[in-house]
Structures are given as structure tokens and as C-alpha cells.
Design a protein around this ligand. Sequence first.
Ligand code: GLU
Length: 486
Amino acid sequence: MSKVRTRYAPSPTGKMHVGNLRSALYEFLIAKHAGGEFMLRIEDTDQERFVEGATEIIYRTMEQAGLVHDEGPDRDGGFGPYVQSERMKTGIYMKYAEELVKKGEAYYCFCEKERLESLKTEIVEGKEIMMYDKHCLSLSEEEVKANLEAGKPFVIRQNIPMEGTTTFHDELYGDITVENAELDDMILIKSDGYPTYNFANVVDDHTMNITHVVRGNEYLSSAPKYQRLYDAFGWESPVYIHLPLITDENHKKLSKRSGHASFEDLLGQGFVTEAVVNFIALLGWSPEENREIFSLEELVQEFDYHRISKSPAVFDMVKLKWMNGEYLKAMDFHRFYEMAEPYLKEAVHKEYDLKKIAAMVKTRIEVFPDIKEHVDFFDGVPEYEISMYAHKKMKTTPESSLEVLRELLPVFEKQEDYSNDALYETLCGYVKEKGCKNGYAMWPVRTAVSGKQMTPGGATELMEVLGREESVARIQAAIAKLEKEL
Ligand code: GLU
């Protein structure tokens, strides 16, 4: 078997949709798993859809996601050019189109817009499709020549017989057979001289020795036409893997509005790149063992494309968040802090040691925006009910809490060392003396300094960050509150 070569072939039309990134990832994994080559080809033949800056997005996304290509516009591997508009200038598409014309598998069409508009249309998969009536197929060689010499605008169309069937094979969907009468004579070369995507992908995949093609199943309906092109040239077609649609939780197509349509959107929401890549890998593929967390290297090792499923993949935000949390827990602290800092700054406005706060929240959040709800009390104690001082397990009540706080206040006022360890020691000393359980003293102190049922650290950790002055002030305020409300 020839060396595995895959390609990611995006069109520069905007942000990188999650579905596109999944295709790129699977192509990368198939190639790397087999020790093969992964190539990037820019498909910019549709000049109308071209978006300024979109090529940069492609490069950036692939780099961020770790999908390093072996060949591409910026890395020559001997199969270039790697940009279709540049390939066009070499005359490659026209050459192959003419070859098909000679074989009777394609023909020149000079029909004008008005005539085409008068042709019958059919609704195929909800879209209005014009079935060309092969009018120009009957032109004689001389007529074609005369038209070309006269400079008449033309397109070149694929000549698909009216009878018979065409069969192609897809790894997920198996053999698919369609009636030729249902296939239209699609345009291979447009009037501006550019090839259509439909033609260019076949010529390019063949001439660039591509062995496996992974793409969205929106291309499934065109695949028989591609198969006919391969057959007409006498080329072996690559292994096709048409991926199922990715839907949202409501089984609807991912939309821009839902916020999870593009890779950029997800990173913008603070998701970690590795988590997103890991998550996308599992959108339609499952490993042999029941396991969810994979680094890219591990995916390369494990990825077997035969285990891709053809049922629609659901983008489960809850799962992505969970996965992101796992990545945050495992992340090196320095990187974590760098990413968390903007969120911390937004949530904490007083001069506290944000690094200490970051260390506290690291294992408690799933996504960075979660930080806010965990740390909002640092700016100020929120309104709370004194019933919060009652804790069954700790055997505390608002009354017992008032007593503990009154006794501890002078101790904390006197304390010099406000490190977590020293404060903890102080509290333990108090507990010992009083002959009570730790929680009996910790619970009221933590409640007093935070006003919250749940905090990202224990009482003394919070006090270390707050410092003496603020901690004491908060305990005093808590005593006053309890005195007033009891
Ligand atoms: N340029 C096509 C796209 O961006 C590529 C489809 C394919 O991979 O063949 O959808």
C-alpha cells in the first residue's frame, strides 16, 4: 500500500467552524497514526466567497491546535503549488478538463445566462438545482472551435450519461449507488477560467497522491460525480470518509448564535485549546477503551478511523466544560495564572495577591468565567442570612458562632503572622483549648470573612489573602451583625 497522505483543504471563507476543525484533526490523526504525511491545501477557487484574513485564521488555528502540516503553501514537499489559484496558473485544471473533453467525458458549453435561466429546476435536498439539458453536447467539433476562436465565453461540463448507475464507496456509509439521471452535468471549469471545487478537488487529490479524504457529509451527494471523474481518468479514488453532521444539544445545526460554532468562539469563551481538540476528537469517534482524556500524541496513537460513527455527533457543552475543568486541574500553574489573570482582575478590584487566589480556584472551576462567582466576596462580603452560621455536621449555631468569634477576635487582632500556616496553628490551638471540633471554630470564621456557603479555600487560606486589617474588620462586622440579629 502506498504511503498514507491526507490533506486538509479549507476554503478561506471565515472563522474555523468546529466541523472543519474536526475534518482537519481526523486527517492529521489518520496520517500521523500511519506514519504518513499531512498536507494543507488552500481552496480559494471560489473568489466570491473569499474573505480577507481567513487564510491567516486557518494557519493560526492549525498551529494553536497543534496540527502541524508536513506540506503546504509555506512548506514545500514537492507537490505544490498548494493554493488552488496558483495551481490554476500552471494550467493543470484546463489540461485535465481538455483530456476529459477528448474522452467524451466532458464538453464545452456556451449557453448564455438567459437560456440557462429558462431551464427547468428541481428541488434537491431543499435546494433549487438546475439540471442542464446537455444542449451543447450536440455541438460539432467545428462549431466548438469556431466559438472558441470567436472568444465566446464558455464553461466545461462533465458529461454524465442519462442511463445507468454510479457506485462509490465510503468507509462509513458503505457502497452508495445512484441513478445517473439524477446527476447533473456539473461545471468543471467556470467562465472565469477557474475550476470549480468539484473538479479541482479530484485533480488535486490525485496529483498530490492523497490516499484518504475526510470531509463533511454535505459532500456525499456530489461524491458519485467525483467517482465518475476518477473512473473517466482511470485513477484510483482515495478512501472516502464523510463525517456526520455535528448538532447542538437540541439536535439542530451548530449556529453562530449558540456560541460553539467556531474554534475562535470557543477560545474566546476561555476554553483551553487542548481541551477543545480532545473534545472535538470525540465528536463522532470513540476509542476502544472507555476513556475520555487524550493528549494529541495519545490521539495519534489511538486513532483508528474505522471507529468513527455515522450517527450525528452532539456538541455537548456540559461535557466540554467538564473536560476543560480536567485540563485546568492538570495545567502547569504558570500557564494557568496567565490565562486566569484577566478574569481575576475583572472579579477582584482590591489589591490582593491574585496568584494565591488563582491557586485556590484552579481545581474548582471548569471554565475561566466561573472564577467570578468563586471570588466575588474578596471585594466585599455579600448580604447573607445569619442562619448560614448553623451547620448540623459542625454542630454550630448562630449563637455558638457569636461566642467563637468574640473569643477569637482579640487573638486575630494580636496575631502578627498572617500566613495560612500560622493562622491555622492559632485556630488549632484555640480548638484544643476549647475542646471542640475544628469545624466548630472554622465554620463561623470562614462565614464571617466570606459571607458565603462555599468558598475556594478554608478560613485561614482566605484570611491570608485578606490580611490582618480586612480579616479583623470582617470578623468585627460579623459579630455586630450577629448581635443585632439574634
Ligand atoms: N474546500 C472544501 C471546504 O472547505 C473542502 C472539502 C474537502 O475537504 O474536500 O469545505
